[in-house]
Design a protein around this ligand. Sequence first.
Ligand code: SF4
Ligand code: FE2
Length: 629
Amino acid sequence: KEQVMAQTPDPGVRAMLAHLEAQGVETLFDRFDAQKPQCGFGLAGTCCRHCNMGPCRITEKSPHGVCGAGADVIVARNLLRWMAAGVSAHGARGREVMLALKAAAEGRFSRPIAGVEKVRAAARSFGIDEVEAELSLEQLAGRVADQLLEDLSRTVPGPHQTLAAMAPPERVARWRELGILPISAYHEVFEALHRTGTGTDGDWRNLMTQLLRCGLAFAWSSVVGSAIAMDSLYGPPARQRIAANFGALKPETVNIAIHGHSPVMASAIVQAAESPELVERAMALGAEGIRLYGICCSGLSSMYRYGAVHPLSNAVGAELILGTGALDLWVADMQDVLPGIMNVAECFHTIVVTTSDSCRLPGAVHIGFSADHANLDQAGAMAQRIVAMAVENFPRRRAANVFIPETSIDAEIGFSVENLVAEFGGAAALAEHIRAGRIRGIVNLVGCNNPKVVYEKAIKDVADVLLANDILVLTNGCASFPLLKLGYCLPEALEKAGPGLRAALADKKLPPVWHMGECLDNARASGLFRALADALGLPLTQMPFAFASPEWSNEKGLGAALSFRLMGLNSYHCVPAPVFGSDKVRRFLEEETQELLGSIMVVVADPVELGERIVKDLEERRGGLDCLE
Ligand code: SF4
Ligand code: FE2
């Protein structure tokens, strides 16, 4: 924690950590210290608790578990179970939106379908001819939702339609050769849990094959499928400017934080916060209005759709925002809502409300969807209730308990494939900057945070190296917060860029880091990569693109990196995966996939060296561009 307090790059975070330390409030960083030294078997991936003959740990003296499983199998099984959890996580929140889209299409959810173009484009990809079939927009949206749900949950073997319709043909051919085309997200998770069970798959390589299959299910159902549903129902992002960091938090307003991943309740909260009766009531109680803040991903997606949701922190820093004492209500839906937030909330008047039956917290008020989403259409009424609770809680805020570091900065947000292509007058014009070498490459710099490295510093350090070397950065999710808060998402940040990148972006007054939204918006980054590769007529394996999640920590992070590697792009990290216990599994991920997929996983502990490695590797990949005029 001492190291974080000294070295984390955001002065607001440093001030807040010092304040909470002085107040004796425990945070994630204290708990990390208390866990040290962490279990060596866990770090190496060589402990197994898959059956009740165990737990087993692999040592020199006991190189096999009771069942006979060795280190390679145990490491591979553990990794595959993480992967399955990642597929489920993004898939489950995607399912909520797919069901909401279907309900909206069938008139069971009174929300207009805002993403008309997205619905039409998805339907076209699925081969649905709306004119020929004489379908209304709602009917079309219903067909799209059905297709996405089927790809999520199919059990009878058959092609994964989203993948078949939208993945680059060169990749699909490769995946078919490797025998890793998925049936559906549900099936591949089911199969992963089956194989990793006691006495089932004892071949580490076969387990890795299932890992790749899960990676494709993750990419095309959990991520792309969910992203299509979200843009279809709630509409595309809009480019805009927003105030970020602690200083955006106003003491004079009713303050509500939106935390988690699902846009369903978050969107309803944004709407409810605009209700004239609630605003009036807030003013009658002495507030100047109602203001919304974004924590983690549902905050980011609300921000780019509706504006006026100010980004404050990623999941690992959530406790620091609660520690301001300035939040009247904190509404959390699902995922990356770490239980520790309750300890900090209890120190203040802040009410925590949970809205998903899958994700409850003792001490929080639960106003949730039923598990089968039968009460989906009550989202609006529930949101009104939640915002009203925040308003009524405002007078209970104690000014003496409020501490807000004065760090505020604007950020440009809301970049999408569609608005970037429009900005440049076609993908070809942006691709030309890459071909001509003004932009040397593009990196999708994303991922969660991890106290194993100095909070937010690895992300900043990697970004600095990339920008200085004329590499454009795309970002989303938790990793995007330091970039938002430290000015990287402003055109002024072009000062940090090399001359080529500056020349390419200056006349358009674009920042050198393009904020694409929340973690599912990896789909936007891969969409942009695809559009640029197509514009130059090259396969992705020959483009100077990469994925980096220097501080990654959770199961979804494993899936995100793997899904880019499946596309033929390397992934880069400072924090290693728990695979040290098996040379074979490690070599598979760090070397052998080069031949299978055209990509590898690269781990370099020092972030500056990691950045330099990315620069070197992208320069090598630029060899593919030499054949172009
Ligand atoms: Fe031990 Fe094998 Fe059971 Fe794992 S599955 S706990 S290695 S006996
Ligand atoms: Fe996220």
